[in-house]
Design a protein around this ligand. Structure first.
Ligand code: FES
Length: 106
């Protein structure tokens, strides 16, 4: 099972999750990484779930069109939308210092 590590400040919260886990869905049902994960719409629109992938980015699927629309150039800086990620491998993420991008323009 994939190990997810969520770094917040000096702390690191880790937990094994089922394959194909979505962190925002987990947060929505009050499971890890709730209450640490910042998120909003859960649909790739608001950008509140923006996170920096510190480790394991190479195992993620390519950014989808929602991430491209919301994050744009920030994708190249290692940002992803947590609500658009389905976890299959170990990953470490943080939202420290990650700004919330404006909502995607229609
Ligand atoms: S929760 Fe709104 S874009 Fe991810």
């Amino acid at each position: 099972m994939p190990q997810v590590t969520f770094r917040k400040g000096e702390e690191a919260f880790s937990e094994e999750v089922l394959d194909n886990t979505n962190l925002v869905v987990r947060a929505g049902i009050k499971k890890f990484p709730w209450p640490h994960l910042r998120y909003g719409c859960g649909m790739g629109k608001c950008g509140k779930c923006s996170c920096r992938v510190l480790d394991g980015a190479e195992n993620l699927a390519e950014p989808n069109w929602k991430e491209q629309k919301v994050l744009g150039e920030k994708l190249a800086e290692g940002l992803r939308l947590a609500c658009q990620l389905w976890i299959h491998h170990d990953i470490t993420v943080t939202q420290d210092g990650v700004p919330i991008p404006g909502p995607a323009k229609p």
